[in-house]
Design a protein around this ligand. Sequence first.
Ligand code: B16
Ligand code: MG
Length: 214
Amino acid sequence: MIRAVIFDLDGVIVSTDEFHYQGWQRLADEEGIYFDRKTNERLRGVSRLESLEIILEKADRNYSREEKAEMAERKNNYYRDLLHTLTPDDVFPGVMEMLKELKEKGIKIAIGSSSKNTPSILQKIGMESSFDAVSDGNQIKRSKPDPEVFLLAASKLQIPPGQCLVVEDADAGVEAAINAGMKCLAVGSASANPKAHLRANNLNEITVEQILNT
Ligand code: B16
Ligand code: MG
């Protein structure tokens, strides 16, 4: 029986994934490093510095730790500039309806995101008080596919991992949910992931009953 649903943020609740892509593309262009949308798929759910390491696989020289820190910060500044345009209208279709129905049924809801920008994103989309718990990149040491962010969410909710379901758009996040001993609904970019227990293009295609009976 599912008693809690833990939502990934970027790519599940809101379309900030496109802003991450634009920020990294700008940085890569400035540095003369090849980067495209296919490589960008590997960055989903992965921390900022680990994302940079993936981009640097295509670089023709080594970068010092200081240079990497500066590049990660530069990308984050580009990303945060783009976040200024974010409003409640950017919440994906089906999200608000699903949260409302889960709450009405007494199911706990949480955020489980690798992003250190989670608090400001939730504030911009008017959802800072919408969840029973928020677990994010500021509170963890190891990012997805490590289960830490989801286990922290479950412990804040005081629900055993086996009674939690994670909604994810990243293959690394599906892996993290399974590593946490949780069920997983894969959406968007992860919707073909065979390891997920449920799959859909978006939340409009899934009913709360399907989630609770997983
Ligand atoms: P930040 P999620 C993840 O968010 C993104 O998918 C990933 O692309 C990003 O690198 C990561 O957050 C860290 O984000 O630079 O804002 O700390 O999908 O786990 O909600
Ligand atoms: Mg995501």
